[in-house]
Write a protein that binds this ligand. Structure first.
Ligand code: 13P
Length: 312
């Protein structure tokens, strides 16, 4: 049975989807980013998530799921935020097989509100099986589950296909009929879909590069929303052309994952000789711009609260 906390998160996400509002999820590749994320959400009266992906534990400096949960507990206020475990792959970006159930179990035990299993490198049936397994672990503990269908490229070490070709051919884009059957069979709460976004690069030689300006197939978002009936998740949320981003959110894209747009300002501040506090200030500046100018989320918490009948 879902706990009150995940029940609230589930209702806020559904309200965001139905109202055409985003719930941003900001990644934590470095532990000091938790503080500016939580503070920015509160400062703007917005609701969002702090999240950490498996690759941020060992390719960056997030450390461990426990370290992120502890840092989150220091800065969270829980009205404005929740904690999500992002990308736990079954096969990872380097094609290695991962003991994904162990990491998911660790996240659930540590109190993460929601978890993502990424079976997108498996067959359709294998992806459903992995997601259903995680749902069976998470739901009895009151934890929500996100999964991915389709290919959101960018984390892999090899070269990316040219972006214009990717967008024109819709290679790897999520098919609505498959998505409907995937959600029905797996029982996941939220679905990450591929509709034109790509992840920011993470390899040491490319992680500082400016991302390609991605576009989104907004019609496909509407079709996926109608087919699945669940909140949709946009990965690769940094650097998307803003008119496409807003239209996709209006069409039902609810959770928007953003890593590169706050990671790079933090890294640049430290690389220039700045302190951790300088890095946090650079991230805070980027968060202000994202929450206000890009996603237009000032006051989104009160609006979502009124939609779910919660007093603000
Ligand atoms: P960006 O790095 O492109 O913002 O993508 C973040 C993401 O999707 C994390 O899951």
């Amino acid at each position: 049975m879902p706990s009150n906390r995940s029940d609230r998160l589930a209702r806020l996400m559904r309200a965001a989807t139905e109202n055409g509002t985003a719930v941003p999820a900001f990644n934590v590749p470095y532990l000091p980013l938790v503080r500016p994320i939580c503070e920015a959400l509160e400062r703007h009266g917005a609701f969002g998530l702090a999240e950490v992906a498996r690759l941020e534990l060992y390719k960056f400096e997030a450390g461990s799921l426990a370290a992120v949960a502890e840092e989150y507990d220091r800065w969270a206020n829980r009205r404005n935020d929740a904690l999500h475990l992002d990308h736990v792959p079954v096969i990872d970006e380097d094609n290695l097989t991962v003991d994904y159930t162990a990491l998911i179990a660790e996240g659930i035990a540590l109190g993460y509100d929601s978890v993502m299993v990424d079976g997108s490198r498996l067959s359709f049936e294998g992806n459903i099986d992995a997601a259903a397994r995680v749902v069976a672990m998470a739901h009895p503990e009151g934890v929500l589950v996100e999964a991915e269908l389709g290919a959101v490229l960018g984390h892999e070490s090899g070269p990316m296909p040219p972006y214009d070709e990717l967008f024109a051919t819709k290679r790897g884009f999520t098919e609505p009929d498959q998505a409907r059957s995937y959600v029905e069979q797996s029982g996941v709460d939220w679905l990450s879909v591929s509709v034109g976004s790509v992840h920011g690069a993470i390899a040491p030689s490319t992680k500082g590069q400016t991302k390609v300006t991605a576009r989104l197939d907004v019609e496909r978002v509407s079709e996926l929303r109608a087919a699945t009936g669940v909140p949709l998740v946009l990965h690769g949320g940094s650097g998307i052309a803003v008119e496409y981003l807003r239209a996709a959110i209006g069409a039902g894209m609810a959770k928007v994952n953003v890593a590169t747009d706050i990671r790079q300002p933090y890294e640049r501040a430290l690389a220039a000789g700045g302190s951790v506090a300088d890095g946090q200030a650079a991230a805070a500046h980027a968060l202000d711009r994202l929450l206000t100018d890009v996603l237009q989320l000032d006051g989104s918490l009160a609006m979502l609260q009124s939609l779910i009948g919660e007093r603000s």
